[in-house]
Design a protein around this ligand. Structure first.
Ligand code: SF4
Ligand code: SF4
Length: 96
């Protein structure tokens, strides 16, 4: 899923580099390669590529990453791929 921008300027992703131990786990689990390594710690590349799936925050052993899954309605985007726009729903209140 490279080269796929999600929604511009809406991602809730944050990274506290002071907590990062450089384990690289986030770079391995991110489906959009948003997180990269630089100078021994993770950095956010193109934030607009983040679909707020939460995988990086869930797997970070240092709790250096935070993101609010669902705000960007990532589930909705995924369901449009599999079910089509008519049947998709992210489950958030007010979505459908
Ligand atoms: S998973 Fe957490 S500790 Fe590991 S490189 Fe990423 S931000 Fe740093
Ligand atoms: S929330 Fe998902 S898409 Fe966004 S940076 Fe983390 S792993 Fe990548």
């Amino acid at each position: 899923m490279r080269n796929m921008t999600y929604l511009p300027g809406v991602s809730t992703l944050t990274l506290d580099t002071s907590r990062c131990n450089g384990c690289r786990t986030c770079t391995l689990v991110c489906p959009h390669a948003v997180l990269k390594m630089a100078n021994g710690h993770a950095v956010i590349g193109n934030r607009d590529d983040c679909m707020e799936c939460g995988a990086c925050a869930l797997n970070c052993p240092q709790e250096a990453l935070r993101v609010t899954p669902g705000v960007g309605c990532a589930a909705y985007v995924l369901q449009t791929w599999f079910k089509g726009k008519e049947a998709a729903c992210c489950g958030e209140s007010g979505c459908c």
